[in-house]
Design a protein around this ligand. Sequence first.
Ligand code: AMP
Length: 281
Amino acid sequence: MLICEKIAEIRDFVRKRKGQGKTVGFVPTMGYLHRGHTALVERARGECGAVVASIFVNPLQFGPKEDFAEYPRDFDRDRRMLEEYGVDALFYPSVGEMYPCGFCTHVEVPGLAGCLCGRSRPGHFRGVATVVTKLFNIVQPDRAYFGQKDAQQVLVIKKMVEDLNMPVEIVAVPTVREEDGLAMSSRNVYLSPDQRAEAPVLYRSLQEAARVAAGGERDARRLVEMVRDRLSRVNGASIDYVEIRSLPDLKETERLDSPALLALAVRFGKTRLIDNIVLEV
Ligand code: AMP
């Protein structure tokens, strides 16, 4: 696996692979990899002639009081995992390589970025859209792979790609979970043993609501209340949001007339966990 710290190097790699007629799949990550990330790599490996991954903890998508400095990092372990899963090239730039002195251009998708995580994390999706635009311009992939775990992120990126005519296909990959249902996340390592034991309630409460919706409940408020009620009884958990929103435009929804996104964010101490499920009707 080729490791490229410089933009020119990864560009050169991609140019050569494209010259050989290969399609290029791209998996952007912030590292500290787990099976959620490797599921994206496996999907890319199965569908593309060459696979590029990136590891970049993007300062632009963290708020001033968020965990940028403490975000978990383990480059050697990540490198070995990506190699094992057949990644051809890893783009691993420094902050200075991505944001040289004087950098000032940003990409915004205001319609989709103002609710759910965008409301709790002002500027987050602006940071995501900006870095993903840069990564797409640098790597120029044919396909890029994102996890459904970050459902709002996938919608923001799909809309950005459509609005700005970016020549890349966005592939959403289902959420990979621990055996007890907790969505895999690099941030799960922050959880204390007690918090970790409680955390599967997130997915259980989503599944319960999905079952009730599948049984005919169409009142979004009642479903949200059900989830909130379940979560509010969990020791040490504080609800950031529980919401049902339309797909793909994330509008507020009172009645479920078509598939909708039930999404939540919950804090366990300083650790904020997110999860979601699509309510099929
Ligand atoms: P991150 O390193 O957290 O920025 O995530 C990089 C990519 O992996 C994003 O597209 C995430 O949505 C995806 N991802 C993270 N966790 C999971 C998971 N448990 N299942 C599927 N995809 C995931």
